[in-house]
Write a protein that binds this ligand. Structure first.
Ligand code: CUA
Length: 352
């Protein structure tokens, strides 16, 4: 193949365009940017990434530079005699054996050191058990008797000791700014730890292992708070909701009605029979900023029927096709009336 000037320019432009697209994902403002690390674990991983990246750049420049130099310098010219034929060159062979060994050693030493450093969970750490479900996240705080879903609250600057589990298939727990991903595997427990060094703030997170049709919508949020705010949140979580009145009480009736099947899958403390574990606990649903695993804002509206929650209750399959609630609704032929949906929204959003 002959390299013509237009084809070289075309190839170079395409490469630049591609690099531009790839680079566009690296803005520091992006909520899931791994290169905007916060906290010891993520920083350590990011440092390691840059170390390896710059070594790779060096190798690329040297190898490709030499290649281009040789292609140009020793190209065939008309009338040129055949070059001298050689076999073996001890100095060259030594050089290209020793140089990569040194490069690999320069990568191996910080890599192994980081692995050992990050394997040590700090002795004092907040314990959280994370369970992946199709398609939402459950967070249990075993020392605090708190269970919540899709929004993990953490105190700023403190180490968090995470135990990862799965209720069904393999998921992967990933808070890009706080730590690298780790799989959540059914029938086994995996450990990781992290520390959110900055706060208060909110971190976007995502399941990172293909786990079914709604994998992309298996998101969650990490809410980093001051110690005082975190303690307040824990206290609220441990307080069962009060006795509802009016429209809220009607919503609770709709929820507790076995024909609607809510209580088969969801827990709300204080509602008789509502101890289901298939779906998220809704005891403090009103305190969450999102629903359907980070898909929709848990927004309020003067007309409850205009909220995202109403949209979800009306037809969960339209919001998140394939989810278990939609399947249950279909199988049992459940279609909530507008009046029931409205009351449910008022009741669920009152559960702060
Ligand atoms: Cu869970 Cu992907």
């Amino acid at each position: 193949m002959r390299l013509t000037t237009p084809s070289v320019i075309l190839a170079a432009s395409l490469l630049l365009l591609l690099a531009g697209f790839a680079g566009a994902g690296c803005s520091a403002q992006d909520p899931q940017n791994t290169l905007a690390a916060v906290g010891h674990v993520a920083r350590k991983q990011q440092e390691l990434f840059w170390t390896i990246f710059w070594w790779a750049v060096g190798v690329f420049v040297v190898v490709e530079g030499l290649l281009l130099f040789i292609v140009v310098r020793f190209r065939q010219r008309p009338g040129q005699p055949e070059p001298a034929q050689v076999h073996g060159n001890t100095r060259l062979e030594l050089a290209w054996t020793v140089a990569p060994t040194l490069v690999l050693a320069s990568i191996a030493v910080p890599t192994v050191a980081s692995i050992f450093d990050l394997a040590d969970t700090p002795a004092v750490a907040l314990r959280v058990t994370v369970t992946g479900h199709q398609w939402w996240w459950e967070f249990q705080y075993p020392d605090l008797a708190v269970v919540t879903a899709n929004e993990m609250h953490l105190p700023v600057g403190e180490a968090v000791d995470l135990t990862l589990e799965s209720a069904d298939v393999i998921h992967s727990f990933w808070v890009p700014k706080l730590a690298g991903k780790q799989d959540a595997i059914p029938g086994s427990q995996r450990k990781m730890w992290l520390r959110a060094a900055e706060g208060p703030g909110e971190f976007y997170a995502q399941c990172a292992e293909l786990c079914g049709i709604q994998h992309a919508n298996m998101k969650f949020r990490v809410k980093v708070q001051s110690r005082d705010d975190f303690n307040r949140w824990v206290r609220d979580q441990r307080t069962a909701p009060g006795e509802p009145t009016g429209e809220e009480a009607r919503g609770r009736q709709v929820f507790a009605n076995p024909a609607n099947q809510c209580i088969a899958c969801h827990t709300i403390d204080g509602v008789p029979g509502a101890a289901g574990k298939t779906g998220p606990s809704l005891t403090h649903f009103g305190g969450r900023s999102t629903l359907a695993a980070g898909m929709l804002d848990n927004n309020a509206d003067r007309n409850p029927l205009n909220t995202n929650l109403a949209r979800w209750l009306r037809n969960p399959d339209e919001v998140k096709p394939g989810n278990i609630m939609a399947e249950r609704f279909k199988q049992a032929g459940i279609r909530l009336s507008d009046a029931d949906i409205s009351a449910l929204v008022v009741y669920l959003q009152s559960l702060k």
